[in-house]
Every structure is written in structure tokens, then in C-alpha cells.
Write a protein that binds this ligand. Structure first.
Ligand code: C5P
Length: 218
């Protein structure tokens, strides 16, 4: 019997990362934050001076990405870059490199390697469509752009970072448009995915919604 996968896809800042991590913890399953891989490619490229349009060089960077995940921290070449990959430059850069087919192909096996017993909760844009099409449960987790921008605003303020609602909203719209319009692995709700709109839900409610729908192994 294949190791079960729970695929959670949705737009930026929808809260899917928080929900996916909590669900994985509750189930005792492994957790894959696939967006962090695209963010790492963007960071590695920015540091190496590789332009975000150079598909071949970016794919080579992605294939040899010296990345690891330890205790919720993200490491690149052994250095903690957990906060660096969340910068606006890496967010925008990630959605640019993610539009390149060769970069996506270079990261495919690495993502599938996370599938291990007793199960995997995988979060991103194409978990249910491309990486784990045989997922036992697919969730499309979303919220209005305004609600998402507001959450991001509060996160930044809590970290003592400068934030501007208008520019956050503009960035979100740009990234959403780029992720949904690209020819490869565009973000969209699959017919076999369950819709979870978190606009008026808190994290607990969203986590319960997902847990209630996880098929139990017999
Ligand atoms: O989820 P997160 O916002 O961290 O992802 C960063 C970017 O990586 C997204 O804007 C998207 O372009 C890309 N991405 C993707 N496919 C995934 C996960 C993320 O294209 N499975």
C-alpha cells in the first residue's frame, strides 16, 4: 500500500503553511513546505548573481541545491536562512523561478523523496496536480486577498518589520496572477480537491476541518 499523502495547495499567505504544519504534527506525519525549495533557489541565485531568467543555470542550481531542514529551520550550505527566504525579494524571486519548467523538473524527485511512512503532508501550488496526483486527500486552501494581506501585515508588524498594506496587497495580486497564469503547474483548484476558505476561520478551525477529512487507514 502506498504511503498516504495529504496535499494542501493554495495561494500565497493563505495560511496553508501553518495549517499544514499543525496537521502534520497532529497526525505524526512528515511535512513538506515545497515553497521553501523555490525560495531557496531564488536566494541561491540572488547570492550567486544568476539572473532570474537564466533557466539552464537556475535548473542546475536547483538540482544541486545544498538545502536541508532541521527542527523547523531551513539551511542552505549549512547556514540558517529561515528568515532570509521570507524576504520580499525571495518571495517575488521564488514565483519567477517557479515559472520555469526546467527548475520545476529539477525539484520533482527531491519533493517525492519526502514521501515516507507513516504519511506526508505536502503544501504548495502543485502538490495535488503534479507532485502527488495520487494523494489520499487534496485540499485547496484559500482566503480573500484582503484577508491574506492583513495576515501578512500582522506577521511583519509582530516581527518589528516595516509593512505597508497597499504594497502587500499589490505584491500578493502580482504573485497570484503569475502563479495562476503560468503554463506549467498553474495554481488552480482541482475538481477532486476539497475547498477550504479560511477568510473567516482561525487556525484551529482550519486544522480541524482538514483532520476531519483525512481518510483513516484500516
Ligand atoms: O508557498 P510559498 O509562498 O512559500 O511559495 C513561494 C513561491 O514558490 C510561490 O509564489 C510559487 O510561485 C512557488 N511555488 C510553486 N509551487 C509550489 C510551491 C511554491 O510554484 N509547489
Amino acid at each position: 500500500r502506498p504511503v498516504p499523502v495529504l496535499a494542501i495547495d493554495g495561494p500565497s499567505a493563505s495560511g496553508k503553511g501553518t495549517v499544514a504544519a499543525r496537521v502534520a504534527q497532529a497526525l505524526g506525519w512528515h511535512y513538506l513546505d515545497s515553497g521553501s525549495l523555490y525560495r531557496l533557489v531564488a536566494l541561491a541565485a540572488l547570492r550567486a548573481g544568476v539572473a532570474l531568467e537564466e533557466e539552464g543555470r537556475l535548473a542546475a542550481l536547483a538540482a544541486a541545491l545544498p538545502a536541508s531542514f532541521e527542527d523547523g529551520r531551513v539551511l542552505l550550505d549549512g547556514a540558517d536562512v529561515t528568515d532570509d527566504i521570507r524576504s520580499e525579494a525571495c518571495s517575488a524571486g521564488a514565483s519567477k523561478v517557479a515559472a520555469l519548467p526546467a527548475v520545476r523538473a529539477a525539484l520533482l524527485d527531491r519533493q517525492r523523496d519526502y514521501r515516507a511512512a507513516p504519511g506526508l503532508v505536502a503544501e504548495g501550488r502543485d502538490m495535488g496536480s503534479v507532485v502527488f496526483p495520487d494523494a489520499a486527500l487534496k485540499v485547496f486552501l484559500t482566503a480573500t486577498a484582503e484577508a491574506r494581506a492583513e495576515r501578512r501585515y500582522k506577521q511583519l508588524m509582530a516581527k518589528g518589520m516595516a509593512a505597508n498594506m497597499q504594497s502587500l496587497l499589490k505584491d500578493l495580486h502580482e504573485r497570484d496572477a503569475r502563479d495562476a497564469a503560468r503554463p506549467v503547474a498553474p495554481l488552480k483548484k482541482l475538481p477532486d480537491a476539497v475547498l477550504l476558505d479560511t477568510t473567516n476561520l482561525d487556525v484551529e478551525q482550519a486544522v480541524s476541518f482538514v483532520l476531519e477529512r483525512v481518510p483513516v487507514a484500516d
